[in-house]
Structures are given as structure tokens and as C-alpha cells.
Design a protein around this ligand. Structure first.
Ligand code: NOJ
Ligand code: MG
Length: 560
């Protein structure tokens, strides 16, 4: 008998931005107990698992992506005991749980970095990071010309213990996120013990932060004029693959657990992405090419085809996603002018954060259509909290409320990522929309980012009672996906639609998914069978006319 396919191959995983999901203790900051209390929402939504953004002790400069201790829990979020309780509860409900591993850099408050600051240039403590002498007279210039993804230079100069101006250290992100030197074996050993610590505790896998960034070009040379990511000495160095070969062996050594590792890998060529998914490397990696496409049928089809083709060539499955905590929310992206070309830059996610006019009605139609398309594709799907409510991006947070280091490092030119991190609305008429408890003795808590009044319209309680809401669509779609599109299921075959380059259709065995990106209705051929679900009304005198800007699922298998 062959083993059943690993759970993650077709799983729908819900990303929890812990800080903004639910607050149990009234400090205005989401926490693990708040998530435990609201786990029922995820169970009834119908997802298979959760991925938690980093919840380790952290100064919270980059909200947890600056880790001070990899084997404990951030006090504002809970304790190891509340983590264990959450994990047990998730498993009781049949939900898998993934943590977020941040191996490229730590917090400047991590004991290793503190020891490096106190140690001499050239010391073993400094060699765990990327310290270099500066260039120019007095070493006053950074060692090379690399920019930080968050703006400004990727180097910061330290003051040596004797008070003299000293060496520089590399940080691809904020200055309080020093990059590890992955060519020093201590670093690999540290992370192997971290993997084991959490796997032994019972988690089901990790999402791996900037997985393509760990190992740099050994000479740290200047970046050339061609700033394309594919030619950058900062990213995607071939030596990084050794890290994942070792980690895969560790994951596989937990026999019967089907542990997964999901890489966050922003590389311009899907061929390069596929290399990380070779059988002895990462089980999964997000396929961001689809996320960066405009809502145009030809662009979507090209991205889907190319992802499936190249990822299948290495024997892996695609991990689809349209949303996360670094990009503008789908409703907002798809409500904008779709002819805006997303250019490549040091930070590809930045291209998804266009400002400018938003047509919410268009954005909602496209986002509803998009989720049905995504859920019909072969592979796994990652959702970002709040997308099941159709939440738009909060575009007008006051500058004084913003907390993303991108805002500060870019001098306010890039307004960053706070707008998709605003605490969730649970109840339309409660203080902080039910995010924090209402009955605190000192009055209701102030959420860590201000919620706009219009969040009331997207609250979970209202959407639950509205059959036309995003939440109702997501719940129905997740339930039907299990039945119709989950593995082991038929591969994708395209159906040509002559004369309609504004629409696409594909077959998966007896099921068809039709996506109308255009403004014209479309008569669904009778050979596609009966309608399972649609993102907008299917009407017309034959009852088979798909609306503009909608997706329809059909089947030729009679349903009971
Ligand atoms: C990618 C994460 O998704 C993002 O939120 C974070 O700021 C950077 N990596 C740095 O860790
Ligand atoms: Mg709290």
C-alpha cells in the first residue's frame, strides 16, 4: 500500500498575524490566548492549519522578525505554556500549526549580537555576523553599496568598546536586524537545534523567512548597475541550498509526522524557485508570481502555467497565495488600475503596495473571483487573516500611528505594511470591534493600530449572518473544495475560449473552473455540467450565464 499524500500538499493554511488577531488580556495587542479563544472561527472557516507570524521574544522593531530568543514566547503574546495549550487545542480540532522561522537575521538584542558588539574585530563572536571594516579615509564609508530592503544602506557602523568609531555590520533589513554569517558553522548548529526544539514540542512545520537570503556572495562585492534581483550578490546564492538539504533531513527524521518547511522566496525566475523544491530540499515555497499579476486573464494564465510546469519538473506542488502581511490586501490591489505594471525592485512586495484610487466594488468582485480560482488550482493555498472578511487595506492610517520600520527608513516615502495589519473586527458594535475584551476595569483597550469606523461593516458577526458576505463565500468554498478539488485529484488542463482573451477556464477531471476577468457575461457550455459555486450570480434565461468579473465552478459528476 502506498502512503497517503502528505497533508500539506493540498492544505489550505490560514496565516495568523498574532498581534492583530485577537487580544485576550486587554492590552490592545493580540496574543496566543486570544487566538485560542477564537480558534473556532478557523475551524468553522474550514482551513487545515495555521501559520503564526513570529511569536518569539522580540523588541518588536519589525513586529517579531527581530528575534531575541528563538526558543521562547514573546511575553506580550503569552508563555511556552500558553503556546503548548494552543498547539494541543489546534490538534484536537484537527488543525496543523506552523511557526515562522527567521534564520537570515536576529534582533540586535540577541545575546550573540550583544557579545559580538562587546568583542574585538576579527573575534569568533563577530564572525557569527557580517562585520567588515569600512572603506575610504578612516573607514567612514560602508564596506559595499548594498541597500537595505527597508530603505537606506544595508550597513551600520558600531562604536567599539573603547569608544572609537568601529566596524560596520550588514543588515538587509532594519539596523536592529543584523544578518547572520551562514558561512560560520555555529549559525547552522544554532538553527538545527531550534528546528528540533519546536519539532519536539509538536509543531507541524515552519514558514521560512527570506529563505533565499541566508548565504551571501562570499566576497560581499558591490552590486552592479543591473539591480535586478537575479544578478544581485545579496540573494539566491547557490550555497544556500545546502542549508535546506540539512533541514530536510531533520524534518524527515521525524517519521510519520509529514513536517513541512515553506520557503518565503522572492526570485524573479520560477526556474530558480523550483531549485529550492528539489526532492531533498524544501517541501514547499510560496509562488509569488501569481500574487504580483494584475487581474487579467492572459497574465494569470501565463503565471499559473509557468508555475505548475517548472515546479512539477522537480516533482513538487505549487503553494498558491494572493495575500500576506507584507502586501496590500487583495480587495484594494484589485480595486486599482490593473494596467499598473509591477516593476522589479530590491523589495518585490513593495510593487504590490501601490497607492492611488481604489474602486472597492471592482476590487471585491475580483477578490471573490480570485479566491475561487485559487482554491480550484492543484496544490496548497495560504490565506491571510482578514481576507475571508473581504477587508480592504487601511490606506489612510495617520503617519503618527504607523509602526512599520519601512516608513522610518524610507523617510515616509513608502508608507509600508501597517494597513494590512490593523486588528481584526469581530463584533460590529463592541469597543475595538471585539478585538480586545470589553469588560476591562479601566475601560476598553486601545488597539495597537487604530481601526477605522468602516471596519464595523466587515465584522465577523455581521458577515456570519449574511449569505452574500465574503465569509459565507469562503466557508462554502472551503467546504466544497475538499469535495471537488483536493488531492488526489486530476491535473489541470486548459480549456480554450476562442474570442474571449478576457476569460480563462481549466478542467480538473470532471470539474471545471471558469474565470471571467472581463466586463461581458459568458454563457457556460452545457458540457461543463452543473454549477457547484459561483462568486457572483449565475443568471440568464437558461440560468447558465456567468456574470462579468466572476468565477464559476462546475461539475459533470451528478451531485447528491
Ligand atoms: C519577510 C517578512 O515577511 C517581513 O514581514 C519581514 O519584515 C522581513 N522578511 C524581514 O524579516
Ligand atoms: Mg494582549
Amino acid at each position: 500500500m502506498t502512503a497517503p499524500p502528505a497533508w500539506w500538499k493540498d492544505a489550505v493554511v490560514y496565516q495568523v498575524y498574532v498581534r492583530s488577531f485577537a487580544d485576550s488580556d486587554g492590552d490592545g495587542i493580540g496574543d496566543l490566548a486570544g487566538l485560542s479563544d477564537r480558534l473556532g472561527h478557523l475551524k468553522t472557516l474550514g482551513v487545515d492549519g495555521l501559520w503564526l507570524n513570529p511569536c518569539y521574544p522580540s523588541p518588536q522593531v519589525d513586529h517579531g522578525y527581530d528575534v531575541a530568543d528563538y526558543t521562547d514566547i514573546e511575553p506580550a503574546y503569552g508563555t511556552l505554556a500558553s503556546f503548548d495549550a494552543l498547539l494541543a487545542q489546534a490538534h484536537d480540532l484537527g488543525l496543523k500549526l506552523l511557526l515562522d522561522l527567521v534564520p537570515n537575521h536576529c534582533s540586535s538584542k540577541h545575546p550573540w549580537f550583544q557579545a559580538a558588539l562587546a568583542a574585538e574585530p576579527g573575534s569568533p563572536a563577530r564572525d557569527r555576523f557580517l562585520f567588515r571594516d569600512g572603506r575610504g579615509p578612516g573607514g567612514d564609508e560602508p564596506p559595499n553599496n548594498w541597500p537595505s530592503v527597508f530603505g537606506g544602506p544595508a550597513w551600520t557602523r558600531v562604536t567599539e568598546p573603547d569608544g572609537s568609531p568601529g566596524q560596520w555590520y550588514l543588515h538587509l533589513f532594519d539596523a536592529q536586524q543584523p544578518d547572520f554569517n551562514w558561512r560560520n558553522p555555529d549559525v547552522g548548529d544554532l538553527f538545527e537545534s531550534i528546528l528540533r526544539f519546536w519539532f519536539d514540542r509538536g509543531i507541524d512545520g515552519f514558514r521560512i523567512d527570506v529563505a533565499h537570503g541566508l548565504v551571501k556572495h562570499p566576497a560581499l562585492p558591490d552590486m552592479g548597475l543591473d539591480k535586478a534581483l537575479s544578478h544581485s550578490p545579496m540573494w539566491n546564492h547557490p550555497d544556500v541550498h545546502d542549508v535546506y538539504r540539512r533541514w530536510r533531513l531533520i524534518a524527515n527524521s521525524y517519521a510519520g509526522r509529514d513536517l513541512t518547511l515553506v520557503g518565503e522566496i522572492w526570485v524573479p525566475e520560477v526556474e530558480d524557485l523550483a531549485l529550492y523544491l528539489r526532492p531533498d530540499e524544501l517541501p514547499q515555497a510560496f509562488y509569488f508570481d501569481l500574487l504580483t499579476q494584475p487581474w487579467r486573464a492572459t497574465a494569470l494564465r501565463t503565471a499559473i502555467e509557468s508555475g505548475i510546469k517548472h515546479i512539477a519538473e522537480v516533482g513538487a506542488v505549487v503553494t498558491w497565495t494572493l495575500s500576506n502581511h507584507d502586501v496590500h490586501r487583495t480587495v484594494t490591489r484589485y480595486g486599482q488600475d490593473q494596467s499598473i505594471v509591477v516593476g522589479s525592485s530590491q523589495d518585490p512586495a513593495a510593487g504590490t503596495r501601490a497607492r492611488g484610487p481604489v474602486d472597492l466594488a471592482q476590487g471585491k468582485s475580483y477578490a471573490r473571483s480570485a479566491i475561487l480560482m485559487l482554491l480550484a488550482l492543484p496544490g496548497s493555498v495560504y490565506l491571510y487573516q482578514g481576507e475571508e472578511l473581504g477587508l480592504p487595506e487601511v490606506m489612510d492610517l495617520p503617519l503618527t500611528a504607523r509602526q512599520d520600520p519601512i516608513v522610518f527608513r524610507s523617510g515616509g516615502r513608502d508608507l509600508g505594511r501597517d494597513g494590512c495589519r490593523v486588528p481584526l473586527p469581530w463584533e460590529h458594535d463592541a469597543p475595538s470591534f471585539g478585538f480586545s475584551p470589553a469588560d476591562e476595569p479601566d475601560g476598553p483597550a486601545t488597539p495597537w493600530l487604530p481601526q477605522p469606523q468602516w471596519f464595523a461593516d466587515y465584522s465577523v458577526d455581521l458577515e456570519l449572518t449574511d449569505a452574500s458576505s465574503f465569509l459565507s463565500l469562503y466557508r462554502r468554498a472551503l467546504q466544497l473544495r475538499r469535495e471537488h478539488f483536493a488531492a488526489p485529484a486530476a491535473p489541470l488542463e486548459w480549456i480554450e475560449l476562442p474570442g474571449r482573451d478576457d476569460a480563462l477556464a481549466f478542467r480538473r477531471g470532471e470539474r471545471v473552473c471558469f474565470v471571467n476577468c472581463g466586463a461581458e457575461p459568458f454563457d457556460l457550455p452545457s458540457e461543463w455540467g452543473t454549477v457547484i459555486l459561483a462568486s457572483a450570480q449565475v443568471s440568464g434565461h437558461t440560468g447558465r450565464t456567468a456574470s462579468p468579473a466572476s468565477t464559476v465552478w462546475l461539475t459533470t459528476t451528478p451531485t447528491t
